[in-house]
Every structure is written in C-alpha cells, then in structure tokens.
Design a protein around this ligand. Structure first.
Ligand SMILES: [Zn+2]
Ligand SMILES: [Zn+2]
Ligand SMILES: [Zn+2]
Length: 581
C-alpha cells in the first residue's frame, strides 16, 4: 500500500480534527513487502491478506489499482481516531486491455461493465453516437478524449449518518481529484444509481457533468476541459432510465403484437387489424411500432409498417431514450456483436458480419428517410464500420497500416538474412516467419531463392494495399502478371515454382496471432496514433477470409442475429401466462 495524500483540517467538532487519507493498492504495491496501511482503529497492519485494500484488490487484474479514501475524526490531543467516511475507487489502465475490454470490465464488476457498455465501444473508445448524434450528445462537452488513457472509476462514497452535511463528502472528493492528478488520470467516471440524486447534485457542484445524455457523470482533471467551463445549470438531464420491464409493458395494440409474436405471425395478425388503426401510436416510452420493429431487427415487420403511409411520420421521432428507429436498430445489432453478457455474443473470431436481416432493415430505414443507399454503404453496414473508411467495409485504416508495416518489416528482415549484414539472430527471426507456412514446404522454405521470392511477393501484396484494395489471390496474381510483362518479379516466380502459393503468403499476413503481436509493436508509432479509430480495428479473421477467398461462399446466415429478443420474450410470456392477444 502506498499513501497517496493526507489532508488535515479542523473539524466542526470541538477538540477534534478531520483527517482525509488516501491509500492505493495496485500491482506494484501488492507485491511489495513492508506493506503498512493505517487502519481506522489505529491497529498495525500485520497481514496484508487481512487488510481491507486487499479485499478489493485482485492480483489477476494487473491493469487495475484500487484506491480507498478515509475520513477520520481524531482528537486534537491525540487518541483513537474514528472513521466517518469512506470512498472507494479504482484506476483502470485501459491501454493494456483494449482487445478484451468488455470481458475484463465484466470480470471486475457489473457497474464497471455498465459504464464500459454505456460510454465505450468494444475497445474502450468512446461510442461515436455519444458525440455525433445531435440529440444524444447532450451538452457535447465530452468527446473522443474520454476514450484515451487511464481512467478512474469512483465506485462509492459513504459518510456516516451523524457526520453528513459538513462537507466531508466534498473533502473526500477533492482528495480523489488530487489522487487523479498525481496518478496522471484525465477523467473520473461515476454511475450514480437512481436513488442517489443527492450525490449527483454534490458532484455537479464540484465540476462533474453528464457524459452526453447517459447517466454517467464525469470529472475532467484538466480545468481547461470544456466540461469544467459548462455551467452546472446547463448540464442536461440524462435520458430516462431504460428498464427491462418495458419489454412486457407495451401499452398500444400494435406494439403489443410486435413485442409478443415472431415477425411472421405478427404480420399475419396485424394484417387483420381494422382499417382505421393508428400505426404511429406511441407507448409510454415514446416507442412507435416502427421503433419496435427496428429494435427487433425484423425486415418483414418494417416492410409491412412502411407500406402504411402514416408510419413515415415516425422515421425521425425519438423515444424517451433518445432513439430513432435507425439508432434503435443499430444499438440492437451492437449488443449482439459487443456484449459479453446478456445475449450470447458470437465469438468475434468467427464473425462474418451482420446477418442479412440487419442489412435489409438498415436499407429499408435509410430509403424511408430518403437518404442514398449504395454498394459502399452496404459494405460498411454489413461489417459495422464506424469510421467510413474501411476497405470493403471490413478492413480498417489501422489494420491496413499494421499489415503494411508488417509486410515491409518482414520483407526487409528476410532480405537482410541473405545480405552481408546477416547474423544468427536474424536467421532465427526469419525461420520463425517461415514456420508459419504449411509443413509440406519445409524442405524448400529454408532456402534462399524461396525466401527471397516470398519477400518480393509480400511487397506486391503491399502494393495492392497501398492502392486501397484488400489483396486477394486473384488481385495479387494479376499484379504479378503485370510485373512479369514489365520484366520483373523473377524471384517470386521462382517461389511459386518451388511450390509456394499466394494464399500461403496471405494467410501468413492475416494470421490473428501475428496481427496481435505486430500491432503491439507498431502501436506506439506516431503515425499509428494519428489513425482514426474504427470499430473494426480488431477484426482480423473476416479480413483474412476476404483475402483468402472464403468470405462470400462461407458466410452463414446467422439465426442468432435475426431472432428479435422481444419476440422471444413475448413467446415466453405467452407460454407462461397462456395469454393470447
Ligand atoms: Zn492493512
Ligand atoms: Zn471503418
Ligand atoms: Zn504467428
């Protein structure tokens, strides 16, 4: 444990002083001997295992540091101190766990996952909807910057009943802000539950503001941050809290049918509805039938509803949670792709893009909004590209950058291996590269002509990428033909004659294990840091499938993604209650 800061002051209690003390326990402290935190009853800390910090510290999470703040009342003349307030928080070193961000947050606590799922995408970057969407972004004082660096999560702050309303809570919080500064954290986050409005008021008065219109409040350590300059009266209220009960609560006839039957049956029932049915009626949450059909990812229902002219009025309407039909559709899909809890998320390694139903729904809504739909957009929608620049919708600028860096580094090192500067280390690295090729090639793959040809082939693949095309065996083959006509690429021809294939080289480049290793190597380059983030930054298997030619033929239609949650729940209710509409 190390002591972070101690504030002393005179309390309003006669002859007593208030002491605020912060302790931390992270991977460094936990492994250090001579641990000596100060306990509230002044007892000596003998056994770290018995120590309260250890109850919160988990040695499995080496990227997490536990922070505890205590407020004590202590007689001025010395004597027993009494704990009157406690603050619990932790610092998360996000950069080291981006690949497994949701899973790790889920492992720490449900509230960690809640914050992670509310503000951040699968890799811990800010959800673009929260700064792009005119309505959802709220005051807009928080932007992409909250997705960078270490973050501090304020879990709880409790002040003894008899000592409230004396500023002890505020003192604990200002202590925490000092800790944040010292620990080089830029933002503190908290997710107050609905019962702690007192806390929200107190937090607002010391500079916390809502992030977009979520219930998460955040504090920027930097006084120059826009959130610190926003008057607290301008801090918008969060959207009403969404709770699961709503799934069973649809109060309008059309929504009730949509929520309780699978789309095929719902359409059959709705077709029998009277001619003067109101297809735009909103329920308590502002949900219209169109929102619900979009949320359930159901093209049948959307098509049926959009065949009624009046429903077009709902296309831009917002629910009380701020959703339009399109954002409701997107967030349903996102849940399928992202969350480690709730709906079983398909393993991202096997992910082949969203199911046809999702793309179809997206297209229907975009057309209903009179916005253009083209092949490019379709590709981006299918793979959930959030940056707008992914090649074929699936290969993000970052993946492209890493693969290119990987290509040139591999080619360079192979050529060095056969040059004058070669040494044992280089030979070892190079044989590691060729260990990735099929074992049938092991006879030839250690020889110079084979390796040189392979290196040149990698460079041709790099040229394809530079020209903004995902290299497929076909495209690279054409490139080779072109260079051969120019009288170049002899060594690659030799590689092919020796039994190597273009696909071997592509599989080597797009192997997930290599990508992860190399992305860690190139991550720190200034150039890499300037690349805008895309949701697809960790999609490597689909890119490999695309490049190696199995993407189109093997893409299964996912049943998981096309079953609307509401319909399933609706049927369960039917079975449990025997209720029929
Ligand atoms: Zn202790
Ligand atoms: Zn993208
Ligand atoms: Zn590898």
């Amino acid at each position: 444990m190390s002591k972070l800061c101690v504030l002393r002051g005179r309390s309003k209690f006669k002859d007593q002083k208030l002491v605020i003390e912060f302790l931390k326990c992270g991977p460094k402290e936990a492994n250090k001997w001579g641990h000596c935190c100060k306990h509230s009853d002044d007892s000596v800390c003998v056994d770290p295992i018995e120590c309260e910090l250890f109850t919160y510290y988990n040695p499995r999470f080496t990227w997490r540091t536990v922070i505890i703040g205590h407020a004590y009342i202590e007689p001025v003349k010395g004597g027993k101190r009494k704990t009157v307030g406690t603050l619990l928080a932790d610092i998360i070193d996000r950069e080291t766990i981006r690949d497994v961000w949701y899973d790790h947050m889920c492992a720490v606590s449900p509230i960690h996952l809640l914050i992670a799922g509310t503000l951040f995408d699968r890799q811990g970057y800010m959800d673009p909807e929260l700064y792009d969407d005119e309505i959802k972004k709220g005051s807009g004082v928080f932007g992409k910057e909250i997705g960078e660096g270490r973050l501090l999560h304020l879990e709880s702050i409790v002040v003894d009943k008899d000592y409230r309303r004396q500023g002890i809570g505020a003192k604990l919080m200002s202590g925490l802000h000092k800790v944040a500064k010292k620990e080089q954290v830029s933002f503190i986050f908290a997710f107050p539950d609905t019962e702690t409005q007192d806390f929200v008021a107190c937090a607002r008065s010391v500079g916390y503001r809502h992030v977009a219109r979520t219930r998460v409040i955040a504090y920027a350590v930097d006084q120059q941050h826009p959130s610190r300059k926003l008057d607290k009266s301008l801090d918008p209220e969060p959207f009403a809290y969404y709770h699961q009960a709503h799934l069973f609560d649809y109060s309008t006839p059309v929504c009730l049918v949509i929520s309780r039957y699978i789309p095929k049956f719902a359409v059959q029932i709705l077709q029998k509805f009277p001619l003067d049915t109101d297809w735009t009626e909103r329920d308590d949450g502002g949900m219209t039938p169109l929102h619900l059909a979009a949320k359930g990812i159901s093209p049948e229902l959307l098509m049926f509803l959009l065949s009624k002219e009046t429903t077009y009025a709902c296309i831009h309407q917002r629910t009380t949670f701020g959703d339009t039909p399109l954002t409701a559709l997107k967030s349903s899909a996102r849940r399928v792709r992202d969350m480690p809890m709730g709906i079983p998320a398909p393993n991202l390694d096997n992910w082949r893009g969203y199911a046809e139903d999702y793309v179809e729904c997206y297209k229907l809504l975009i057309s209903a909004m009179n916005e253009p739909w083209d092949e490019e957009l379709e590709k981006r929608v299918r793979f959930g590209c959030s940056c707008g620049h992914c090649l074929e919708g699936v290969m993000s600028p970052r993946v492209k950058f890493y693969i290119l860096a990987y290509i040139y580094e591999s080619a360079r090192i192979i050529k060095t291996r056969w040059g004058a500067e070669t040494n044992e280390n280089i030979a070892k690295v190079v044989s590691g590269i060729f260990a990735h090729l099929p074992p049938t090639l092991s006879d030839v793959s250690s020889e110079e002509p084979f390796q040189r040809g392979f290196a040149t082939l990698l460079e041709y693949i790099g040229i394809c990428l530079e020209e903004n095309e995902i290299p497929t065996a076909d495209k690279v083959g054409k490139k080779l033909d072109w260079y051969r006509d120019m009288g170049e690429g002899e060594d690659t021809q030799r590689y092919l004659n020796l039994g190597g294939t273009i696909n071997d080289a592509l599989s080597y480049l797009f192997a997930g294990c290599c990508y992860k290793t190399w992305s860690a190597v190139f991550k720190e380059l200034d150039e890499a840091k300037e690349i805008p983030h895309c949701d697809n930054d960790d999609l490597i298997t689909p890119v490999r499938l695309f490049a190696c030619g199995t993407m189109e033929t093997e893409r299964p239609k996912s049943t998981l993604e096309s079953i609307p949650l509401d319909a399933v729940l609706g049927q369960m209710v039917d079975m449990l209650t025997g209720y029929h509409f």
